[in-house]
Write a protein that binds this ligand. Structure first.
Ligand SMILES: C[S@@+](CC[C@H](N)C(=O)[O-])C[C@H]1O[C@@H](n2cnc3c(N)ncnc32)[C@H](O)[C@@H]1O
Length: 201
């Protein structure tokens, strides 16, 4: 894609980010924009207004790649779907209206993921995270990354919940954000979570 077109999209993105700048800042989205570039297979959990969706899709314009976004609330994502089309980004996008754990059962077994971005509402209960990891981590490539947005809102006691021999966890703070970046460092399955997440067997 030409530089001009990317510049245009980046300007649109900056205007979009302004809508949440006052309330939340944009440091987390800038970081996401950098992270998503050069990734080929990205899965996003939680679309809603689409701030992160559009950020990832514009990032993918740099080197190609595809984003699968999952959200079970079609109505809440109406604006995001509209904007993706308006910006001409739908060719690299698959939108799935389903529960994030249920959809893992439809994921192609040999399609390995580079990057998973998770931004689920606070009503995604703590005890479901084990199932989420069990469902998706096997599809994450070695050195693949999971970025959990505002992890603190979900894990009030911190993010020591996913320590394992094949994971490296870094806590990244942007002002008011408490995002958690997890890197898969070995050929693990989700089994290793069983020791550290209550309710996972
Ligand atoms: C905070 S919003 C996402 C915001 C979005 N990432 C952004 O940057 O604009 C959380 C979304 O997660 C979705 N969600 C929550 N639990 C879910 C689940 N179990 N499966 C699928 N979507 C879920 C909600 O419908 C909601 O739209």
């Amino acid at each position: 894609m030409g530089n001009e077109k990317i510049k245009n999209l980046e300007n649109k993105l900056k205007t979009l980010w302004k809508h949440r700048e006052k309330r939340f800042g944009v440091g987390d989205l800038k970081f996401l924009y950098e992270k998503a570039q050069n990734k080929k297979v990205i899965v996003e959990m939680g679309v809603s207004q689409g701030f992160s969706t559009l950020t990832i899709l514009v990032a993918l314009e740099h080197a190609g790649g595809h984003l699968w976004s999952i959200d079970y609330n079609r109505k809440a994502c109406k604006e995001a779907v509209k904007t993706v089309k308006e910006w001409g980004l739908e060719k690299n996008w698959t939108f799935i209206v389903e529960d994030v754990i249920a959809y893992s059962r439809s994921w192609k077994k040999d399609k390995m993921i580079d990057f998973i971005y998770i931004d689920l509402s606070a009503n995604f209960k703590r005890e479901w995270w084990g199932d989420l990891f069990k469902a998706w981590v096997p599809y994450l490539k070695q050195n693949g990354e999971i970025l959990i947005h505002a992890a603190k809102a979900h894990f009030k006691k911190g993010v020591g919940f996913v320590k394992g021999p094949n994971f490296e966890i870094r806590n990244i703070r942007f002002d008011r954000w408490d995002n958690c970046l997890i890197t898969k460092t070995g050929p693990s399955s989700a089994k290793e979570f069983s020791d550290v997440i209550p309710g996972v067997s």
